[in-house]
Design a protein around this ligand. Structure first.
Ligand code: GTP
Length: 235
């Protein structure tokens, strides 16, 4: 196995599947199966999930809502997704713990780094909810932060695109995919991988980012097994 401990970042929107809003149970179950496959190989899996399928703070602010208020709603949305993912994983017989950056302790454990690491060592999937617990930060930043804190080998950003391209592959058929790219080149070429806060945090802490297509069955397992899936951003 290429990686021992991974931080998987999933977007909230991905949970919508074919829907326009909310959570598609079919997609959720598919993701749980993909995750189970890697857990069965002995990979330690931590997960950060976005909340955009329910509420995005930035979108709220664009419509005149106070940004902090909107971000708090977004953080709660990630907790809803975390609970849904926890349920789906448990349906597959995968042990999980949900830890949240905002205390809602009747619902989930509060985030405690040492406890999170112990859970991972015991083979439990740890889902981190409520982002970083602060407004103005994205769940990508939360993902990088938690990955560094729990000492993950890499952050695996599951998207619907199979890697990083020189131009948007959904708009330009001639787009070329990078197999590997440096942090510096991503910035110089003006490519969008994560927001800058998340991206520079990853670079400074030498945490590789792998962007891959999470919607193709088997990709996650292939990736952790060392197959060339997606694009690796590294120093
Ligand atoms: P170890 O015993 O250390 O291996 O971990 P554990 O998570 O099994 O132990 P613990 O006794 O801390 O937790 C037992 C159960 O209670 C688990 O399902 C936890 O997720 C849950 N739990 C622990 N702390 C909290 C909390 O603050 N809030 C909620 N809602 N659940 C919690």
């Amino acid at each position: 196995m290429q990686y021992k401990r991974i931080l998987l970042k999933l977007s909230g929107e991905a949970l919508m599947g074919e829907r326009q809003y909310g959570i598609d149970p079919k997609r959720l179950a598919e993701y749980a199966k993909e995750i189970k496959q890697v857990v069965e190989k002995g990979i330690e899996v931590a997960i950060v999930i976005g909340g955009g399928n329910i509420f995005r703070g930035v979108a709220g602010a664009a419509n005149g809502m106070d940004r902090v208020q909107g971000d708090h709603m977004g953080m709660l949305a990630t907790c809803i997704n975390g609970l849904a993912l926890q349920s789906a994983l448990e349906d597959q017989g995968v042990y999980t713990r949900l830890q949240t950056a905002l205390e809602i302790k009747e619902v989930a454990e509060p985030y405690i780094k040492r406890k999170a690491i112990r859970h991972l060592e015991k083979g439990r999937v740890v889902i981190f909810g409520a982002g970083t617990g602060n407004p103005y930060f994205t769940t990508d930043t939360a993902a990088v932060l938690r990955a560094i804190e729990v000492d993950a080998d890499a952050i695996l950003k599951g998207t619907r695109v199979d890697g990083i391209y020189n131009v948007d592959p959904e708009k330009d058929k001639a787009a070329i995919k990078f197999e590997t790219i440096t942090f510096k080149d991503v910035i110089e070429k003006g490519l969008k991988v994560m927001d800058m806060t998340a991206f520079t945090l990853s670079e400074e802490n030498k945490l590789p980012i792998i962007v891959f297509d999470m919607n193709t069955s088997g990709n996650l397992l292939k990736l952790v097994s060392g197959e060339k899936i997606g694009t690796i951003v590294d120093n």
